[in-house]
Design a protein around this ligand. Sequence first.
Ligand SMILES: Nc1ncnc2c1ncn2[C@@H]1O[C@H](COP(=O)(O)OP(=O)(O)OP(=O)(O)O)[C@@H](O)[C@H]1O
Ligand SMILES: [Mg+2]
Length: 482
Amino acid sequence: MRLYRKEGNTIQILCFPNENVEKGDYLQVEDPKQNKALLIQVINVQFANVPGILEELLRDSTNNGDIIHGENLDPLDVASQITLIQDARLLICKIRGTVQNGKLSVSSAWLPSRSQSNIKKLSTTTLAKLLKINDKLPIYIGDTKEFSPLKIDAAALDGSLNIVTGKKETGKSHFSKLLVLSLIEHGAPVVVLDLNGEYANLGYASDGKKNQHYSKIHVLTPAGNFKVTLPQIGLRVMFNILIHALNLPGTSAREFRRTWRLLKKQGKLNLHELGEAIRNLQCNYHVKDALFSRYYALVNSGFFTDNPSEAMTLEDCFRKIQTGGALAVNLRDTSFVDRQIVVEYLLGKLVEMLTGWKLKAVFLFAEEAHLYLRETYWNDIVTRMRHFGVFTTFVTNQPDTIRENIYRQVDNIFLFNFTSERDLETVSRAAKVDSETVKSIARDLPPQYCLLLGRVVKDFPIVVKVRALDVQTMGQTRLFFN
Ligand SMILES: Nc1ncnc2c1ncn2[C@@H]1O[C@H](COP(=O)(O)OP(=O)(O)OP(=O)(O)O)[C@@H](O)[C@H]1O
Ligand SMILES: [Mg+2]
């Protein structure tokens, strides 16, 4: 390989056919005189456009026919040289940093010699070592191109906002299940908003037997084992539900608050009494009607109960996961409105527990969050709730459903394949590396391969083949013809 040219932070390298280099690989341009090496990453591979190559190729193809008779004389053996040149590649690379005395820095204010430098591949394993990305709490996420395990540090997810995104069926949910299981192994509490009910069986191995995670996975099914009483939910959260999930107008909401307080004072705060109280309300007909329709929405959700023995106290659940465990809230069979009710309650309670220091912090995994997260929660999650210790990972195959301002705060992006130009554009704007890198590498990622971006890899983009899990991942799409 030879150093060819540099433009901005792009370096072009000439590479000969016997050298096998692919997109995503890291190269080290060593300058023996300066005793340091420039670290660059290949983001595209092209043919080298040497003048006259078109003519040579054309001449070559016409020679293949039997038009010209006679012996092929090549006394100076130039043919092999010519094929070498025809197959020469041009590697488009981005400068990532400098390696000097076995230490890596992001500086790139120097240029190695074009005539003296020698260029070698740097394995991902060596890079990971240089970066020290798996220092304290390793999470084995998959294997590098050289088939050695790649581990990231769970601490890099701590306090972070993460996005897992990619095309359909590329392995996003699988990857987030891997993160969930690894986090709970390290003793972290995790809450999953499980839209498709696919996290429910993480406690079972693929052969159906209970696995080592079994006792740490708690599945909450709204209206099933997950029901609450009115006193548990509290006026503040109920108010949010009525206003945000059920769109109750302001005047009716005030009436509701009065009724609620009255019932509480009388010690009759339950669903049955609430219905009676609304029925007996002496107020505007429209207000009463509005309250009644919301009351029935609450009743029909099946999420509320008057029987305390049937109710689930979220405090107990959180206590169970405090030293490592996951609450998977199964939203699969829950309607759009009911999902919002449940999420409103859950997040409200979560913040309450965190502000009261009953819980230190929690990792929240949200699949396709735009289907249940209300407008104002998006900002809340990245600002206020993050300070209280809610560290969110959004999983989605539609990157444009996540707001621009969320992207600006993102610490890690786990990117799977995308082919759509628009999706790539959205993600590349958010990533902390140049958009060319993101677009070029993500476009050619095979399924189950992930491009790691951000804090977990110290901003050195790394491609990894995500490892398989011996759990029932339940991610398969149901098919008719099989
Ligand atoms: N690294 C992996 N090793 C083995 N199997 C995998 C891996 N990644 C994904 N799979 C399997 O591929 C299938 C699709 O994966 P997954 O459900 O994670 O995709 P997805 O990107 O979440 O898809 P969707 O957009 O439909 O939600 C699943 O059956 C899953 O078990
Ligand atoms: Mg999925």
